[in-house]
Design a protein around this ligand. Structure first.
Ligand code: UDP
Length: 238
């Protein structure tokens, strides 16, 4: 089984990806490199939605573990995703890729609110749409935000670009014999608690028949390879 043709895609980047080789925050050189890859992908005619996590700056769980109110900490995490989204918008527009940020937390001075029909127009006009602030509610993550926007925008696939090259049956950093799946179905991911995305995000993709492709975004050129159906990846589908 392989993927159906991809005309519109949602790419989820974890915040950690934006750190590049730094221990924290935003590596602007790496973000610029990513922007070039996104530009090349768009030049093939792809309609591109983006969701960027916030883990390079702040995660609600980490704040809660240190005694913060969980919901309050989650809102801080959502604000981190807006910062990352603005950084990516800046890098994309610097190389001539028109981009709009739509945030689930309204912030009129810096970006648009999420308006699905407006996002649709942006995509039709060839703009990249970055959906920030996840689903706009605490106790969720940007994985759920990515699945939600992929469903709303009727994306053909959700690409999850991370620092590992797919889904394994065990942690490949701890177990040298861990096996990477080429393909795995949604129910196995949920039943075996495989590390793909949150269970709520996986269930939303399953229920809306949106395949998830997990791949390493750190290797240069990998996004283009994955979109061409090549390279190393795991495809999660029915
Ligand atoms: N967050 C949230 N609701 C959302 C999306 C994100 O509360 O809908 C918060 C949550 O605290 C999360 C943080 O924002 O830890 C950063 O997002 P995430 O952990 O998904 O980022 P990633 O791991 O992808 O970098």
């Amino acid at each position: 089984m392989s993927l159906p043709p991809i005309k519109r895609v949602l790419l989820k980047l974890s915040g950690e990806v934006l750190m590049g080789s730094q221990p924290f925050g935003i590596d602007t050189d790496f973000v610029a490199q990513m922007a070039e890859e996104l530009k090349s992908a768009k030049e093939t005619g792809l309609e591109l939605c983006l969701v960027i996590g916030g883990g390079n700056i702040f995660r609600g769980m980490a704040g809660a573990a240190k005694g913060m109110d969980r919901a309050q900490a989650d809102y801080m995490g959502m604000l981190a995703t807006i910062m990352n989204s603005l950084a990516m918008q800046s890098a994309l527009e610097k190389i001539g890729v028109e981009t709009r940020v739509q945030s689930a937390i309204q912030m009129d001075e810096v970006c648009e609110p999420v308006i699905r029909r407006r996002a649709e127009r942006h995509l039709q006009k060839g703009r990249v749409v970055i959906f920030a602030a996840g689903v706009g509610a605490p106790y969720f993550t940007t994985d759920s935000g990515a699945a939600l926007r992929a469903a709303e925008m009727k994306c053909d696939a959700l690409l999850k670009g991370t620092s590992v090259d797919g889904v394994y049956d065990d942690d490949p950093k701890k177990n040298a014999n861990a096996k990477r799946y080429d393909m795995v179905d949604f129910d196995t991911v949920l039943a075996d608690n495989l590390k793909v995305m949150d269970a709520s995000a996986v269930a939303l993709c399953r229920d809306n028949a949106i395949p998830i492709v997990v791949f390493s975004i750190r290797e240069r050129g990998n996004l283009a390879r994955v979109l061409a159906g090549q390279g190393t990846q795991t495809i999660v589908q029915k």
